[in-house]
Design a protein around this ligand. Structure first.
Ligand code: ATP
Length: 240
């Protein structure tokens, strides 16, 4: 297997607080990899560094064999790394199709190609029937899938998903899990951070667990759910 993303000893401090403390992980091409941890564990901060929203204070990030830490999000997107946001933020007045087309324009050679790509991802994300609806009129599950569609429309090799299941009902979670499996099968590597354990267990081949900014475990879903430190850090917070 080829390593697509390599994070080595990455650290981020906010004044006195070490939000991410010398974290290392590798995501292999083709896998679904999850980062979990209780509130405040440092997941979003780690994600922000991988996605170029902030630079690490120490350590390195390599994407597709090239040094990537400190690069701006648009440059990472050009290289094939796209993300969704925890707070869903499509352009509210634009239609679903227009929102997806804007994502596609990041890498498509012209408008026609962007529209074709947008149509493709809307079908993939089960949003084709809603293509003429304004984004602001969508339900939360539809908006979550539009957020995925916008990121996917950029044609990424690595898709970073930031809590796309949050606030969804179990049937909607199952729907998005099935869609993401298909997206992965079509050749997109996925790195997700998620609180919805059922979905994480169902989707991820490997899980990396953070607690107070540091790694406490990594392994298959079965391995991490049996790990004593994971059980301890989640006690009282969330049943695995
Ligand atoms: N911009 C910032 N300035 C100061 N402190 C921050 C900043 N961003 C995050 N933190 C702190 O860093 C720590 C890690 O936060 P982070 O949001 O990365 O955790 P998380 O695991 O994503 O949490 P959640 O599951 O609640 O989203 C927290 O203590 C948080 O308060």
């Amino acid at each position: 297997m080829t390593t697509l993303l390599d994070v080595r000893g990455v650290t981020k401090r906010f004044r006195g607080l070490t939000a991410v403390d010398a974290v290392s992980l590798s995501v292999e091409e083709g896998e679904i990899f999850a980062v979990i941890g209780p509130n405040g564990a440092g997941k979003t901060t780690l994600f922000n560094m991988i996605a170029g929203a902030m630079a690490p204070d120490a350590g390195s990030i390599t994407f597709a064999g090239e040094r990537a830490d400190g690069l701006p999000p648009h440059e990472l997107c050009r290289r094939g790394l796209a993300r969704t946001f925890q707070i869903v933020r499509p352009f509210p007045e634009l239609t679903v199709m227009e929102n997806a087309t804007i994502g596609a324009m990041m890498r498509a050679p012209d408008m026609d190609a962007a529209r074709v790509k947008a149509g493709e991802v809307l079908r993939q994300l089960d949003l084709w029937d809603r293509r003429d609806a304004r984004a602001k009129s969508l339900t939360l599950p539809d908006r979550k899938r539009l957020e995925c569609a916008r990121a996917l429309a950029t044609g990424p090799r690595l898709l970073l998903l930031d809590e796309v299941m949050a606030g969804l009902r179990p049937t909607e979670v199952d729907r998005i899990v099935a869609i993401l499996r298909e997206v992965n099968r079509s050749g997109v590597t996925i790195l997700l951070i998620e609180h919805v354990m059922r979905a994480t267990m169902a989707l991820a081949g490997r899980i990396h667990v953070l607690h107070h900014g540091a790694t406490i475990a990594e392994g298959t879903p079965e391995e991490v759910t049996r790990h004593p430190k994971v059980l301890e850090s989640y006690l009282g917070a969330e049943a695995l």
